[in-house]
Every structure is written in structure tokens, then in C-alpha cells.
Design a protein around this ligand. Structure first.
Ligand code: SF4
Ligand code: SF4
Length: 702
């Protein structure tokens, strides 16, 4: 085994030390600039800067990383501790077998794009321009998604069609593009490079169409389509140039058949088709958060309380001409009862609607009630412009909206003036947060981290995620303005091109492996996997290498230790702990995605923690076995800290919940063995929470 120590231009002065037979210690001055050659098959320990940096420099090696720079040099800790960390890493590596190289063949060069909004259109066009076959499916009968429902795009204020229609023109004139409308994914099987997808399509209802519009005139069913009235047979001026029946609202009265005989069929036929693809792009856009959930605002009960989209469509179709409007920000956003996150684009949308109404109806009095205004870039100009126009900005979140004498009344405090206000209005516009299309992600087996698949974003080719060949684009990733959506779509198209131009991809990503001789097929591991990577094949437990994300959660559940994670098997981890921990130490077992990063930040922010705090990076807090905690306590540790991601932010969906469940049992066992149960702590520590980490370990050290 080789041990590569970077002296960081002689800042690290390790004394000579012997790591035992067959261990070659190599000193390098700057591994970050002069990379050492390492064969993928050899086992190495790399000691230097934080693994956050070193892992990027050495992505395809069988290595255990030791953080000398952030944990020793910047902390002012001793070189003896550095030697201990290196020796413990060597002990761990001795008990590991090298990670098996995985090879995924890219057999199919076609791409499936789910979603015919602006992101999906851009991805399909870019792929077609670069010679790939693209199949684009859209669940509605027309292209355009949310953008086709808008009036104008801000801050420029150009009509939506100026951006969307050239995109559509490019798409429909592109080569090798198949378009399917009224279509969704029913089932997807296979893996990167060779997916088989069953598409389910509802018929359009209109077979031949000259766009005369007579069917719409006679249709008796009128619908409020997000603020704009339309009929149950309708047309959206994007693509295709053909009317369609809205099956949810059509009563099959047959009036349209009378004016267009033989060209309309009132039967919603469902057909299925199997297609193949090497990569999939999810461009399903966003959904407006259901404002009915925010009961105090009366959405759905009081006419005149509407969403930004409904307001925009009602004003531009001249169905609404209000004299007084209140625009309420953060409806359902940044609220633990609804959406805990900021949806990023709703502040812009609120400003946009204020601009729209003051453009069209300058006499309308407009109020904006917002706790904060997050108007980045050119939107700041819009904000200033609206102030000049006399729009009143109130600092506060309305407590409720009532109906009184036929008017809406918005109750709010104004923190600028410290007044309690009651504003009467004809219309109240709720700027809601956004949610993703969870159904599509579920069908594809993609776990949402919190509410959006943020960490999944274009991850297939990264070195920290497995190569599933499924990408996200635009607001399916996280709510984005049109300009940012297009940039993101181009990135997704580039990722697909990079993947499909290869005939195979190889990775050393660690996965769980099952020892068939030890496995009793008890099936306990199956339910623990958040990625459905474990199944039974021929009466044996099988781990799907492509789906396994390497969290290690299943390995801790296995009563026979039959399932083990490459790079993190129980024996190796136990050896590392036993080698490292000394009497009176605090052992910190920290999730690589969250708490571990807080220790790097502690170093940069010049915090300090005691020398006896020894840190080991783990794949997930849910991968820590109680037996490893006992190893540390047996060696005399004063305390063991397990640091994981916050509940809704676990990188592996719910590994931290597994850790929490295990903590309870562990504490009970500790008490029954005569230990103080508080010697073990499980804490949620965000990657920026250096202060929290330092305070916890100092407290544990008292
Ligand atoms: S479906 Fe028939 S009636 Fe309706 S627009 Fe098309 S041609 Fe005209
Ligand atoms: S938990 Fe362990 S023993 Fe049980 S089925 Fe899974 S790998 Fe086999």
C-alpha cells in the first residue's frame, strides 16, 4: 500500500515514522499541482488537503483521504495527531478489498425528453442539431408549458411568443425529432445506455383540423383555465396547429361534431408504445403551490383571490380591471407548515404582476406586502421603477384575508411604519411558491431531496453519483426564470451529448455488495434502500450497481453482515476507530455531505476545537453501526458524536432518519450497560454550521 503525504509546500512537517511492512510512505510538496500517478487497482492513503478537494483531483482511485490541512495545520494541532490519523487510515485500507470497476455500456444513442415546455424544447433542439435522435413527450396537447400561459416575460417585458415561438420553430424544423402529445411515461426499465420506456398516449379527439374555430364557438362548456376562460375543445397558439379536446371537462354532448362532422371523435382512446433511449431528460417544469392550503388567505373561497398566473391571464384577457390590488409575497414559501424553502422566482413574479397592471391600467392602486424583496439583477431596476410609479411596498406578511361588504380586506402589519393595516381591494394576488412534478420523478425512481431533486441535478457524469443517464433541466430541477431555464437546458443537453458519444462509461463508485454465503435472504435490507436498488433475483439478494448510491444504510440493517459497502466495511471501519481513538478522546463520525464540511469551514473561519477531537468521514449518518460506537467507547472515548444532514436535507433521502431510529436503541443499550446515555449524540449539522460543530464538541469535552 502507498501512503502519499502532501506537505503543502513544507507547511506540514511530519517526523519520520514507520507504518509497518509493505507500506510505502511518499512525501510530495504539492499534490494539488503535481498529481502523483496512481493506478486504479492499488490501495492508497492520500493525506493532505480536505477530501473535498483531493477527491476531485483523484476521482478514480481506491483511496482513504486524511485531512491534514484543515484538521491539523489550520487547527494548530500536533503532528502526533496527524500521524495517528494516517495510521488509522492505513488500518482501514488494510481490511478493504479494492473497489470493483463498473462498466456501463451505452448501446442506445437516442434520448427521451419528458416535457414540452421551453426547457424540453431547447434540449431536444440542441440534441437534434448535434445529430442525435430525440423523442420529446408532452402531457398536454400543445407545446409551450408554463411560458405559453404567460403574457409577457420580464424584466424586458417582451411578449412570451418572442421567446417561445422561435424555439418551437427551431424544434419542428429539426431533424430526427419525434413529438408525442397527450403522452406520459407509463413505465421505464433498463439502465443507462439502454432504457426501454412504455409511453401512454391519450387521443387528441380532433382528427383533421383547419383551425376555423367553429367547434369552440358551439361548445357549451366554459372553463376557467388558470384565469383565462376557454371551452372544452380548444386551441393554444403554439404547436401543433390543431384543436384538441380537454377530456377532463368535455361532457361528450356532441355539439362540436355537428359543425365538424367526421373530423372529431369523442372517444378518449389510450394507446401504448415502447421506445428505447440511452438517456432521459426530465423537463417537467413546476407546479404552483396549492394556495388553498394557506387557509387564512381564502383562496378558492373568495372570488378575487388569485395566483400570479391567474391574475396575469385575467388582466391580459381583459376579464379583470381592478381599481385596487394587493400582491402578497411568500404564500406557502419559507414556512415550515407548507414549503420550507424560498422558490427563488416568486419575488420576480410579484414585481412582474405589479408592472403589468400599472402598464395596462395606470390608475390602479397597487400594494405589495412582502417580508423581504429578493430582486436580483435587473429586477432591482423594476422594483425602483414601481416605486416611482407609486406602488406601495409594505414590509409584512398579511395575517389574513377577509371578505367585507363585497370587498376583499387584507390585514397586515407594516414593519416600516409599525402600523396595523386593513387594505380593501378588488383583487388579491398570491405569489405562491412552487413544487416539482413528483409523479414523474417517482416513476423514474428519483428521490427528491426535500421537495426538488436539487442534488440530482445533472449528476450522472459527476464523480459522486452513479451514472444513471437521467438528467433534469429547467424548473424540474428548481424553479427558474426563463433565461436561467434555457441556460440549464443547454447544460443538460451537453451532459446528454457527453454521455451518448461514449460507447461505455467506467466508474469506481463504491456500491454495496452481498456475500451470498452469509446472506440468509431475510429481506430486511430491501425495504431500507431508498433507491430500490435491492431486489431478489433467482432467490438471491441482488444489488443493482447502477441504482446503488453507496450510502451504506442497508449494510447496517443486515443482521448477518452479509451486505457490505465497498470502502466502508464494518471490519475496516472498526480497525480505523480502534487505531485512532485514545483515552479521553471525542470521536466525531461525520456525514461527508453535511457535518464533515462544517469542520473544513471551522478551519477557514478560524474556529478552534480541542486536539482530542478526532474526526472520521462517513458516507451517511445512517451508515454508522452501534458496534462502531461501542468500539470507540471501549477504547476509552469520552464521547461519540454522529453528525448528519438535517431531516429534510439528507443526501440519501432518509439515511438520517435511520440514524435517529438507531440512536434511541443505542442509548437504551448504553444505559443497560452502565454508560451515561449522553456520551453519544446524534446532531444535525449543516455544511456551513462550523460554529454549531465546534460548540457541540467543546460541550462534549467538558
Ligand atoms: S376541429 Fe373542426 S371545427 Fe374545430 S377547428 Fe378544427 S376544423 Fe374547425
Ligand atoms: S439483510 Fe442481509 S441477510 Fe437479509 S437479505 Fe439483506 S443482505 Fe441478506
Amino acid at each position: 500500500m502507498r501512503v502519499l503525504v502532501c506537505t503543502c509546500n513544507n507547511k506540514i512537517k511530519l517526523p519520520d515514522f514507520d507504518l509497518g511492512p509493505d507500506i510505502n510512505l511518499e512525501m510530495h510538496t504539492d499534490l494539488c499541482k503535481r498529481k502523483a500517478a496512481i493506478s486504479p487497482d492499488e490501495k492508497v492513503v492520500i493525506a493532505g488537503c480536505s477530501p473535498s478537494l483531493m477527491e476531485g483531483l483523484f476521482p478514480d482511485v481506491n483511496a482513504e483521504f486524511v485531512n491534514l490541512h484543515e484538521h491539523i495545520v489550520l487547527m494548530g494541532h500536533s503532528m502526533d495527531k496527524a500521524k495517528d490519523l494516517i495510521a488509522a487510515a492505513v488500518e482501514k485500507m488494510k481490511a478493504l478489498t479494492p473497489i470493483k470497476r463498473k462498466v456501463f455500456k451505452i448501446e442506445n444513442k437516442n434520448a427521451l425528453i419528458i416535457g414540452g415546455g421551453i426547457a424540453g424544447i431547447e434540449v431536444a433542439s440542441r440534441l437534434s442539431e448535434n445529430g442525435l435522435n430525440a423523442t420529446l413527450i408532452e402531457k398536454a396537447p400543445f407545446l409551450g408549458g408554463t411560458v405559453a400561459k404567460l403574457d409577457r416575460l420580464y424584466p424586458e417585458g417582451t411578449p412570451y411568443s418572442h421567446t417561445l415561438m422561435p424555439q418551437i420553430g427551431k424544434l419542428i424544423s429539426g431533424k430526427n425529432i419525434n413529438l408525442f402529445f397527450n403522452t406520459e411515461v407509463k413505465e421505464i426499465k433498463g439502465s443507462v445506455g439502454s432504457y426501454k420506456i412504455i409511453l401512454q398516449t391519450h387521443s387528441r379527439g380532433v382528427i383533421e383540423c383547419t383551425n376555423c374555430g367553429k367547434c369552440t364557438e358551439v361548445c357549451p362548456i366554459e372553463i376557467n383555465d388558470e384565469g383565462k376562460k376557454r371551452k372544452a375543445i380548444y386551441y393554444v397558439p403554439t404547436f401543433p396547429d390543431k384543436y384538441a379536446i380537454d377530456w377532463k371537462n368535455c361532457t361528450k354532448c356532441g355539439e362540436c361534431l355537428k359543425v365538424c362532422e367526421g373530423k372529431i371523435e369523442l372517444e378518449n382512446k389510450i394507446s401504448e408504445k415502447e421506445i428505447t433511449a440511452g438517456a432521459v431528460v426530465v423537463a417537467t417544469g413546476l407546479n404552483y403551490y396549492d394556495a388553498c392550503n394557506v387557509e387564512e388567505y381564502g383562496y378558492g373561497r373568495y372570488p378575487g383571490v388569485m395566483t400570479t398566473l391567474e391574475f396575469e391571464r385575467a388582466v391580459t384577457s381583459e376579464e379583470l380591471k381592478p381599481e385596487k390590488v394587493v400582491i402578497v409575497y411568500c404564500v406557502g414559501s419559507r414556512d415550515s407548515k407548507h414549503l420550507p424553502y424560498c422558490s427563488k422566482i416568486c419575488c420576480f413574479l410579484g414585481l412582474k404582476e405589479a408592472k403589468l397592471i400599472t402598464d395596462r391600467l395606470p390608475q390602479t392602486q397597487v400594494y405589495v406586502a412582502a417580508m423581504d424583496m429578493r430582486s436580483s439583477g435587473t429586477f432591482e431596476y423594476l422594483y425602483n421603477k414601481l416605486r416611482e410609479r407609486g406602488v406601495t411596498f409594505i414590509k409584512g406578511k398579511p395575517s389574513e384575508i377577509l371578505q367585507r361588504n363585497g370587498k376583499l380586506v387584507v390585514r397586515s402589519e407594516d414593519l416600516y411604519t409599525n402600523e396595523l393595516l386593513e387594505i380593501e381591494a378588488d383583487a388579491v394576488v398570491l405569489s405562491t411558491g412552487f413544487t416539482p412534478d413528483k409523479e414523474t420523478f417517482e416513476k423514474l425512481g428519483i428521490k427528491l431531496n426535500g421537495d426538488f431533486p436539487i442534488l440530482f441535478e445533472n449528476s450522472s457524469l459527476g464523480n459522486t453519483d452513479l451514472p444513471r443517464g437521467i438528467f433534469t433541466a429547467g424548473s424540474a430541477t428548481f424553479p427558474a426564470a426563463v433565461r436561467d431555464t434555457l441556460i440549464d437546458a443547454r447544460k443538460a443537453a451537453f451532459s446528454v451529448l457527453s454521455l451518448l458519444k461514449q460507447d461505455k462509461i467506467e466508474t469506481l463508485q463504491p456500491v454495496a455488495r452481498v456475500d451470498e454465503d452469509l446472506c440468509s435472504v431475510c429481506r430486511m435490507c430491501i425495504g431500507t434502500c431508498a433507491y430500490n436498488a435491492i431486489s431478489i433475483v433467482d432467490d438471491k439478494i441482488k444489488i443493482n450497481e447502477e441504482l446503488c448510491m453507496g450510502c451504506g444504510v442497508c449494510t447496517i440493517t443486515c443482521p448477518s453482515y452479509a451486505s457490505q459497502l465497498e470502502t466502508f466495511n464494518p471490519e475496516a471501519f472498526s480497525r480505523q476507530i480502534k487505531s485512532l481513538v485514545k483515552e479521553g478522546d471525542i470521536l466525531a463520525l461525520l456525514c461527508r455531505w453535511s457535518a464533515y464540511n462544517a469542520t473544513d469551514k471551522a478551519a477557514y473561519d478560524k474556529f478552534s476545537y480541542p486536539e482530542n477531537v478526532k474526526i472520521i468521514r462517513v458516507p451517511c449518518s445512517g451508515a454508522v453501526d452501534p458496534s462502531h460506537v461501542m468500539d470507540a467507547l471501549d477504547k476509552g472515548a469520552k464521547g461519540v458524536l454522529i453528525g448528519g444532514c438535517y431531516p429534510d436535507a439528507c443526501h440519501y433521502a432518509k439515511g438520517n432518519f435511520r440514524a435517529k431510529a438507531r440512536e434511541q436503541v443505542l442509548k437504551m443499550n448504553l444505559e443497560s450497560m452502565g454508560f451515561d446515555k449522553n456520551v453519544v449524540r446524534l446532531e444535525w449539522i449543516g455544511k456551513d454550521e462550523a460554529n454549531k460543530f465546534v460548540e457541540i464538541v467543546k460541550e462534549m469535552n467538558k
